[in-house]
Design a protein around this ligand. Structure first.
Ligand code: HEM
Length: 124
């Protein structure tokens, strides 16, 4: 199960790295964003991330909408995805993309905190 956990953590950081890279490219109006692999790779990575996540949850018999910390992670992931889409795809201005991008990173750090502490409310 350590292997699955390592895959989960690897794909988690690939997701963050891929997001930051695309964020930089969108700020630079770079044509690199249109490359085929840049459009496909995030979906492949997210699929592996989620399969590993579900496997881990089943392994420790803890589930979203049953256990608070996993519920918090899933909800935060949805917010992270929304902010990511706002930053890369739908942002109306660069200023807006900076704000949503920073917010996405904050949510990501929150998810790392939830994963480490197994607690939705990190500071209580
Ligand atoms: C929403 C889908 C997710 C689910 C269901 C999920 C589930 C899990 C589970 C059950 C574990 C514990 C594994 C164990 O201790 O045996 C775990 C570990 C971990 N998750 Fe997730 N995860 C999800 C998404 C994420 C995301 C988006 C991140 C990063 C932002 C993340 C970061 C981590 C990290 C860093 C660990 C290792 C914590 C440690 O050191 O023990 N997970 N995840």
């Amino acid at each position: 199960m350590q292997l699955i956990k390592n895959i989960h953590i690897l794909t988690v950081f690939l997701s963050l790295g891929g997001f930051i890279l695309r964020w930089i490219w969108v700020m630079q109006d770079s044509p690199r964003l249109q490359q085929r692999w840049v459009r496909i790779a995030p979906h492949v990575n997210d699929t592996v991330l989620l399969i590993a996540a579900i496997t881990l949850a089943v392994n420790i018999h803890q589930y979203p909408f049953v256990d608070g910390w996993l519920t918090a992670k899933v909800l935060a992931l949805l917010v992270y995805i929304g902010l990511g889409m706002a930053t890369i795809r739908h942002g109306k201005s660069k200023q807006q993309r900076i704000i949503t991008g920073l917010a996405a990173i904050l949510v990501f750090v929150y998810m790392l905190g939830v994963a480490k502490t197994r607690h939705a409310f990190l500071f209580f």
